[in-house]
Design a protein around this ligand. Structure first.
Ligand SMILES: NC(=O)C1=CN([C@@H]2O[C@H](COP(=O)(O)OP(=O)(O)OC[C@H]3O[C@@H](n4cnc5c(N)ncnc54)[C@H](OP(=O)(O)O)[C@@H]3O)[C@@H](O)[C@H]2O)C=CC1
Ligand SMILES: O=C(O)C1=N[C@H](C(=O)O)C[C@H](O)C1
Length: 266
């Protein structure tokens, strides 16, 4: 099995630290550096709570990409910095695997163009958990028969973006399967702003943020006399790691941007 050199951006984060543990278990992956806004100049092993990697930590992203021989960047940071890291990685010939959510449509389109120009693979996955990917696919299928649908996503209260990347992706997939439609009463009025949630092509998306939660979503379809609910729960961030691993393996063979893990599943 050939070796893949990986950089992780956001190693102290909830997802980044889980990704380091995954890399530690996978002998075909080598951690060659981390990008962190703290601890520059230290080794990963010197940071409390992180696994015993000898890899250096950089806060200067370009310096990192110049110094280190890397195949893949795994980005698990914030929408603002994740976008910058992804662009720069492509400029330096490194293939990005991006779990960071909250990129705009324009940013995704720009990254798609850049990947094509550079002939480099990129995987951007709003959700790396296989169960969530299936929930999204089943939702697309169900929307063909149940076009009235609302999405309720629930996350921990440290999450920066709302709605979640998964909820947006779910709505976009449903959009592909049903005719555009306005839901609810045509004359409905919110007496408290936001009561009906966000709107994507007539679909309402409700975002719950509470301590104790990790990542959960319900897609509720309604029809005459019945509802259908598709539900997925991530109870531990380990649930995302087989998807991250799959993305790192596949991105090496790609020369375009792929948005969504479903595109990598057989
Ligand atoms: N695709 C998927 O399956 C999943 C995606 N996510 C997404 O992944 C991202 C990270 O989530 P999560 O781990 O929960 O968030 P955390 O806040 O726990 O981690 C983010 C990390 O990024 C660091 N960071 C912020 N800015 C920079 C920067 N400029 N350079 C380097 N590091 C930086 C933060 O550092 P500091 O501590 O100093 O702020 C923090 O350690 C989010 O966008 C989230 O939505 C989450 C779960 C699953
Ligand atoms: O921030 C999180 O935690 C998660 N973010 C992703 C999203 O926005 O959909 C994936 C998962 O829901 C966890």
């Amino acid at each position: 099995m050939s070796n893949t050199n990986v950089i992780v951006a956001g190693p102290r984060g909830k997802m980044g630290s889980e990704a380091l543990r995954m890399i530690e278990k996978e002998e075909q992956f080598s951690l060659v550096a981390c990008i962190d806004r703290k601890n520059a100049g230290l080794k990963v092993q010197d940071v409390e709570g992180l696994p015993a990697f000898d890899a250096p930590i950089y806060d200067d992203v370009e310096q990192c990409f110049q110094d280190v021989q890397a195949d893949v960047l795994i980005d698990l940071t914030t929408p603002e910095f994740g976008y910058k890291h992804t662009r720069l990685a492509l400029e330096y010939g490194i293939r990005p695997v991006v779990g960071t959510t909250g990129f705009t449509k324009d940013q995704l389109a720009e990254l798609e163009d850049l990947a094509e120009k550079k002939e480099l693979g990129v995987v951007i996955a709003p959700n790396f958990a296989l169960g969530a990917v299936l929930m999204m696919q089943f939702s697309k299928w169900a929307a063909k028969y149940f076009p009235d649908v609302e999405i309720i996503e629930r996350h921990h209260d440290q999450k920066l973006d709302a709605p979640s990347g998964t909820a947006v992706k779910t709505a976009e997939l449903i959009q592909e399967a049903r005719e555009s439609k306005q839901q609810g009463h045509p004359d409905e009025k919110e007496t408290l702003e936001g009561a009906r949630g966000a709107d994507l092509d007539g679909m309402k998306i409700h975002s719950v943020r509470l301590p104790g939660l990790i990542a959960h979503q319900e897609v509720v379809f309604g029809s005459n006399g019945q509802t259908l609910t598709l539900k997925h729960d991530s109870y531990h961030r380990e649930s995302f790691m087989s998807g991250v691993k799959l993305a790192v393996e596949h991105v090496l063979k790609l020369d375009v941007l792929v948005y969504g893990l479903e595109n990598l599943l057989e």
